[in-house]
Design a protein around this ligand. Structure first.
Ligand SMILES: [Zn+2]
Length: 453
C-alpha cells in the first residue's frame, strides 16, 4: 500500500490500490468552507466598504471577462498580444502605444485606460517566468471594455497605465532574467536595461499616485510558521533603510489591507506579508521612494492549481477592488492593521519525500539493498514534473509539500538515475520504479520525474 501525504493534511492519508494521493483538506481555495479565518478575523470587504463591489461581484465580473487562450501559464509574448490587442482595439476606452523595446527588440507596450485625475501605474512579468498577473491584466482589459457601468465611472476618476510583460525576452523563454542576464527588478538604480529604462520613463511621465508591481514568488513558500502554502503575498515597500512609514506608504498599507480582505475569500487563509527590507536596486522600493503608494502583489502556489488559474482570478479581484477603492478615494475607510497582521512569508519547503523505501542497486555486492529516503525536487513544482534527486539517506525531519510512504517497498532506479558504472548522487533525474519485490515484478508506481498523476 503506498500513500502520498500532502501537507498540511497531517491526517492519515487515503490509501488507494496502487497509488494514492491524499486530498488536501486545507488546500487553498479547495472550497470556501475550508477557509479558516486569517489575519482579518471575520472582517470582510463588505463590512468595510458596504457601498463598493463585493468579492462575489468581482468574481462574477471575472467569470465574464476571463479570456481563453492562456490556460497554460507558459505563453509567449506574441501569443499574449494576439489576445490582448483585439481587446484594446475593441473599445475606445483603451489605447495602446509602444513605449520601448526589449534587448531582443520585442515591443514594450503601455495600455492606458481612463482620463481621471488619480494616476495609477501597473506592470507585470518584469521577471519572465512570473506570468500570473499578465493573465489577470488581459481579463482586466476585457472587463474595461465591457458595458459594466462601474467602468465608465472609474474612467472618470482614474487614469490607469498598464505595462503587461515588461520582460518579454525572459517571458519568451519563461526565465526570470532578461536577455542580458540581468534581473530587471535589480536595475532600478542603474537603468542599464532597456526594460528598466522604459519602466522608469513611463513612471516619470505618469508620476503615479499609486503603483502595482505584479510578480510570482516561490511556490514552496509557507504562511508564517505553518504548513500552509502562501498563495498571495503583499507588500507596501519601504522607501528607505529604516523602513519608515510616511503618509504615502501608509496609504499603500491601507490598499494592501483592502487587497488582503478581497483575496482571502478567493484563496483562503493563505495570504502573507512579503519581507519589507529596503532594496535600493528594486523598482517597487524606488517607485515608493519616488512618491507613489506602491503595492507589490506576489502570486505564490496553490495545490491543485498548477496553471495558477485560481491565482489569476485572485489578482483580478485584487486589482478590481483596489482600483475601485482608489477611484472613490476610500482608502481611509480601512486601516493598515489587516496588512500589518498578515503572517510573514515563512520558510520554503521541499517538494517530495519518499520515505522508508529500500533502494535496490544491481551489481553493488556490498549494498544491493539499502534503506534510503529520497528527496525529489521538481523543475516544475506545481505540475510535479522534472524531478531530480535533492538528497538521499536518513531524511527524517525534512519538510516537503508531499510525502510518499514507501515503507516495505523497493525503489529500483531507472534511466539516468541508474548508477551503471557510476554512483547514486543528488542532481540525477528522479526516475525509479516502486515495487513490492526487489526484482520489480510487482510495480506499484513508475516515477518518471514525477508521479504521473
Ligand atoms: Zn518577481
Amino acid at each position: 500500500m503506498i500513500t502520498f501525504r500532502r501537507i498540511p493534511t497531517r491526517v492519515p492519508a487515503v490509501a488507494l490500490g496502487a497509488l494514492a494521493v491524499a486530498a488536501c483538506a486545507t488546500a487553498p481555495g479547495a472550497s470556501t468552507s475550508d477557509a479558516r479565518p486569517g489575519a482579518s478575523g471575520s472582517t470582510s470587504t463588505a463590512d468595510v466598504f458596504p457601498d463598493l463591489r463585493s468579492v462575489v461581484d468581482w468574481e462574477a465580473a471575472h467569470d465574464g471577462a476571463r479570456q481563453p487562450g492562456l490556460e497554460d501559464r507558459r505563453f509567449s509574448p506574441e501569443q499574449y498580444w494576439e489576445i490582448a490587442m483585439p481587446l484594446v482595439e475593441a473599445t475606445e476606452r483603451l489605447s495602446v502605444a509602444e513605449v520601448g523595446h526589449s534587448v531582443e527588440g520585442r515591443p514594450l507596450r503601455e495600455i492606458v485606460f481612463g482620463s481621471g485625475p488619480i494616476r495609477v501605474l501597473a506592470w507585470s512579468q518584469m521577471h519572465g517566468d512570473e506570468s500570473t498577473a499578465s493573465m489577470s491584466l488581459v481579463d482586466l482589459l476585457a472587463w474595461l471594455g465591457s458595458d459594466d457601468p462601474l467602468v465608465r465611472d472609474l474612467g472618470s476618476r482614474i487614469t490607469l497605465h498598464m505595462i503587461p510583460i515588461l520582460n518579454p525576452d525572459g517571458a519568451a523563454r519563461f526565465i526570470r532574467r532578461n536577455a542580458l542576464g540581468v534581473d530587471v527588478n535589480r536595475d532600478a538604480r542603474r537603468l542599464a536595461t532597456p526594460e528598466g529604462r522604459t519602466l522608469k520613463a513611463v513612471h516619470d511621465r505618469v508620476e503615479p499616485d499609486f503603483a502595482f508591481n505584479l510578480h510570482d514568488q516561490n511556490v514552496r513558500t509557507r504562511v508564517g510558521s505553518t504548513d500552509r502554502g502562501a498563495a498571495i503575498s503583499l507588500l507596501a515597500p519601504a522607501f528607505n533603510r529604516t523602513r519608515d512609514v510616511n503618509p504615502t506608504r501608509e496609504r499603500a498599507m491601507r490598499i494592501a489591507s483592502a487587497i488582503a480582505l478581497a483575496v482571502e475569500p478567493v484563496v483562503g487563509d493563505h495570504v502573507t506579508q512579503y519581507n519589507d527590507a529596503f532594496n535600493p536596486r528594486a523598482f517597487g522600493d524606488l517607485i515608493s521612494a519616488w512618491g507613489a503608494s506602491a503595492v507589490l502583489i506576489e502570486s505564490g502556489g496553490m495545490e491543485r492549481d498548477p496553471q495558477k488559474q485560481r491565482l489569476r482570478r485572485a489578482n483580478f479581484v485584487a486589482l478590481g477592488h483596489a482600483l475601485e477603492v482608489i477611484a472613490r478615494e476610500r482608502w481611509s475607510a480601512i486601516g493598515t492593521d489587516v496588512y500589518e497582521a498578515l503572517p510573514p512569508n515563512g520558510r520554503a519547503v521541499d517538494d517530495l519525500l519518499v520515505m522508508g523505501g529500500t533502494v535496490v542497486i544491481e551489481g553493488w555486492s556490498g549494498a544491493r539493498e539499502t534503506r534510503l529516503d529520497l528527496l525529489v525536487r521538481y523543475a516544475r513544482p506545481l505540475l510535479e514534473r522534472g524531478g531530480a534527486l535533492g538528497d538521499l539517506g536518513d531524511l527524517e525531519g525534512y519538510e516537503a509539500r508531499d510525502t510518499l510512504d514507501a515503507t516495505g517497498l523497493y525503489i529500483l532506479p531507472q534511466g539516468e538515475m541508474r548508477p551503471e558504472g557510476g554512483i547514486l548522487e543528488p542532481g540525477a533525474p528522479a526516475t525509479f520504479l516502486l515495487a513490492r519485490d526487489p526484482d520489480g515484478r510487482d510495480v506499484v508506481l513508475d516515477f518518471d520525474g514525477g508521479p504521473g498523476r
